[in-house]
Design a protein around this ligand. Sequence first.
Ligand SMILES: *[C@@H]1O[C@H](CO)[C@@H](O)[C@H](O)[C@H]1NC(C)=O
Ligand SMILES: *[C@@H]1O[C@H](CO)[C@@H](O)[C@H](O)[C@H]1NC(C)=O
Ligand SMILES: *[C@@H]1O[C@H](CO)[C@@H](O)[C@H](O)[C@H]1NC(C)=O
Ligand SMILES: *[C@@H]1O[C@H](CO)[C@@H](O)[C@H](O)[C@H]1NC(C)=O
Ligand SMILES: *[C@@H]1O[C@H](CO)[C@@H](O)[C@H](O)[C@H]1NC(C)=O
Length: 440
Amino acid sequence: MWILQNLLFTLCIALRYVTSAVGVIHVTGYVGNEVNVSCSYGKGYESYEKYLCKNDCGNSDVLIKTSESRKNKYAIHDDRTARIFTTTISDLHSVDAGKYWCGVSRIGKDIYTEVELKLMPDSCCDNMTKLEKYEGYSESISCPYEIQYQNNLKYICRGNQPSTCRQQALITSHSRKHGRFRLDDDKVSGKFTVTINNLVKTDSGSYLCGVQRNSDLDVFSAVELEVKEWCCVKSTKINGTAGHPLTLQCPYPPQHLDNRKFLCKGDHRNNCTDILRSRSRFTLQDDAASSSFTVRVTELEAADAGTYWCGSDSQWRVGNYTKIQLSVDAGHYVGYTVPPLLLLLMCVFAVLVYKCKHQKAKDNETVMNINAQNEDALEEVMRVAENHIYESQEVVIYSNKETAELQNAGNDYEDLGEDEPDLNVTTEEIFCNGNFHIAN
Ligand SMILES: *[C@@H]1O[C@H](CO)[C@@H](O)[C@H](O)[C@H]1NC(C)=O
Ligand SMILES: *[C@@H]1O[C@H](CO)[C@@H](O)[C@H](O)[C@H]1NC(C)=O
Ligand SMILES: *[C@@H]1O[C@H](CO)[C@@H](O)[C@H](O)[C@H]1NC(C)=O
Ligand SMILES: *[C@@H]1O[C@H](CO)[C@@H](O)[C@H](O)[C@H]1NC(C)=O
Ligand SMILES: *[C@@H]1O[C@H](CO)[C@@H](O)[C@H](O)[C@H]1NC(C)=O
């Protein structure tokens, strides 16, 4: 009984001591992170021992003393010049929230300052602005803020972790422009805008707009950006021969009918160059009826090889565009050496010629000796192949329908579109009619 009385008495004294604190220090931290609890003390106490304690600040409630510097998840530092001692509590969990005391040990009763630690989840926010854009375009993220923060630092970071956002900011109102990012602060209307240029797929994800506050956690708003892959590009590969003419077929979206048409060269459509403006060998003809234009090159050069874009909107707004990858063969080795690929093609011709002749022979009801004819056939094939490969004009057509029509009209064409042409004319037949053109 006496012990209990004594204990209560001690407790009362302790409570009296700890409640003698003036003012309460409010500290907020993020769960999983660390927080600094700073307490100032009066002149003359520089060399005294300081500590942080929890609950009622009994002996077992002391978490760390300045004589220890580091203990468990606590670290302490006494700045005697500024007369502030700071305790860092790391690895914060929700149980760490609550009441603490900063204490200064001295003879008689210690000096206490009450600290209230509040914890927040390290994520943001309930509300999220969703933005969608195609790659290659730019996007402006609008970040509103309360007018009282006009002159505070603004920033944006990736992810949705407020605790590390400022350290990892992509751009702040101090730097304004950095790489593809630009930040404009409109202090009058209370919003800042972050513009990201030349969007790439990896720009997709969460962003946090942050405003720095001096004595409290920064304020944030969240944005979710989705950068979609560029829509509607049809790719074709074309082989041309140096010194020969070439016609490129460019279908365009019907909604671009009245736009200026152009052919643009470059790996990326963002920074391709309008070829018609710089090369006189290229001429464009628009055919509104078929919703396509053709570009004719009078004499192909090796340097013409590369990637071309059929342009029908200078802004490259979403639409179906055609990308052409042109490779140019040097056409001058005819008669000197026969490259393996050509040899292979010649063999194909040989078979075709043979089959063709065989067919015609049957038609004429003339029975021929197959073996005896082989040599003759091959010789002729070589000549025919050379003529066809090096003297024919290469015309390229994408439209399946047109291909079939033009084939029937008796011209030399090849289909280089991605889709299989729906031709009712077989390769063999075309060759037999003298219309076969090197099938790439
Ligand atoms: C706590 O203070 C230390 C030393 O000044 C500093 O490096 C650290 O960033 C601070 N931590 C927080 C969460 O503010
Ligand atoms: C969340 O978004 C809605 C609609 O945009 C808005 O009306 C509301 O005020 C927002 N809430 C918060 C907390 O920002
Ligand atoms: C063209 O743009 C692409 C994508 O934006 C970029 O990767 C490339 O380096 C640019 N090329 C030139 C020559 O600027
Ligand atoms: C592109 O073409 C495809 C197939 O013809 C069509 O389904 C699609 O809607 C077109 N896209 C645009 C943006 O015009
Ligand atoms: C173009 O020529 C290259 C070899 O030079 C060949 O690999 C490719 O298949 C050809 N492409 C077409 C579409 O003819």
